[in-house]
Ligand binder design. Structure first.
Ligand SMILES: Nc1ncnc2c1ncn2[C@@H]1O[C@H](COP(=O)(O)OP(=O)(O)OP(=O)(O)O)[C@@H](O)[C@H]1O
Ligand code: SF4
Ligand SMILES: [Mg+2]
Length: 314
């Protein structure tokens, strides 16, 4: 079966003046067509790096060391610049955290939508579909004249205008207040479902995930440490890090609150982790956890990276 997205063992460093930061340390993730997958994990775990890599949109300071990314079976690594632009235009859509910053401040909305999309469909209709109720006014406006919620709806309209196969939404509602956040997410998911677009939602908001994404992948230290059906991952986590996260879900965590409930700090890697990156914070760590890298293990329809998963430690 051809996957919508197939990220395999991806290793990415950022090269700074005086050091390297390893952002992805062997990250793997696959998505089927039309699937909605949440990618969750603390700040710095590598979500945005993985999301950007899915469109070969990493900044110049990023060094893709090894691994592969394929969209609909086509590996992005060797593509010409012309072809990657075509893949982005025809198959991919991106929405980022800062809705106003993602737009050109010097140009009216209508004009930038026309430039970005050529003649595809009526821009007015696209703005109506994202539930902007005065599209004429929005088209005449400059980005700074819109609220954050309105600007993000414009961003979503632009990202979905070509009916992409995959939408990467990187904390699309983090800058919005909580009622607007729910409405905007509802709009994204409804439109994507209608168009058969798969969503990769990068987020800290576990309550949004639990209601909207059928699958969830948990990142830690630049790797996906647990991946499976959302309801099961949250109700019976198999990885000790997921278990700690799940304890902080609804009831205990306000919507949109960032995930900071686990004692200790996440690692900042400079090279390949020698063992399990969670070992320093894990109550179940033993010697091999510090010295041997865990490999993906399939358990009950889930993939888990933990040496002790068979013992049911979490
Ligand atoms: N442009 C960059 N230059 C240097 N280091 C970077 C850059 N972008 C990310 N990093 C580092 O790479 C690691 C992974 O970062 P990334 O932004 O992918 O994580 P994230 O899970 O998206 O975090 P957040 O939840 O804060 O958005 C972190 O250590 C981060 O500091
Ligand atoms: S591999 Fe070891 S340190 Fe890592 S999560 Fe499992 S038990 Fe904890
Ligand atoms: Mg991020």
């Amino acid at each position: 079966m051809t996957h919508l997205l197939d990220v395999r063992d991806l290793v990415v460093d950022y090269v700074l003046a005086d050091r390297r930061v390893r952002a992805l340390d062997g990250a793997s993730l696959t998505m089927a067509s039309g699937e909605s997958v949440a990618l969750v994990g603390e700040s710095g775990s590598g979500k945005s790096t993985l999301g950007s890599a899915a469109g070969r949109l990493l900044p110049p300071s990023a060094d893709l060391r090894s691994g592969d990314i394929a969209v609909l079976g086509e590996s992005l690594a060797g593509l010409s610049n012309a072809r990657i632009r075509q893949v982005r235009r025809e198959r991919l859509g991106f929405v980022f955290q800062d809705p106003i910053g993602a737009l050109d401040p010097t140009m009216r909305i209508g004009r930038q939508m026309r430039l970005a999309q050529g003649d595809r469909g009526s821009i007015r209709d696209q703005l109506e579909r994202v539930r902007l109720n005065d599209p004429e006014r929005v088209m005449r406006a400059f980005p700074h004249q819109l609220s954050g919620g309105m600007a993000q709806r414009v961003g979503i309209a632009m990202a979905l205008s070509a009916r992409p196969r995959l939408l990467v939404a990187d904390e699309p509602t983090a800058a919005l207040d909580s009622q607007v956040r729910q409405d905007v997410l509802d709009t994204v998911f409804a439109l994507a479902a209608e168009a058969g677009t798969g969503i990769l939602l990068l987020t800290h908001d576990l309550s949004a995930v639990s209601r909207r994404c059928s699958r969830m992948a948990v990142m830690y230290g630049g790797r996906v440490v647990e991946d499976g059906p959302t309801a099961e991952v949250l109700s019976s986590p198999l990885h000790p890090y997921t278990a700690a996260l799940a304890r902080s879900v609804p009831g205990n965590t306000a919507r949109g609150e960032r995930l900071e409930s686990i004692p200790g700090r996440p690692p900042v890697l400079t090279s390949e982790s020698a063992g399990c990156a969670f070992a320093a914070r894990c109550a179940f760590a033993e010697d091999r956890c510090r010295n041997e890298r865990p490999v993906p293990t399939r358990v009950d329809g889930r993939t888990v990276l933990c040496h002790r998963v068979a013992e049911g430690v979490s």
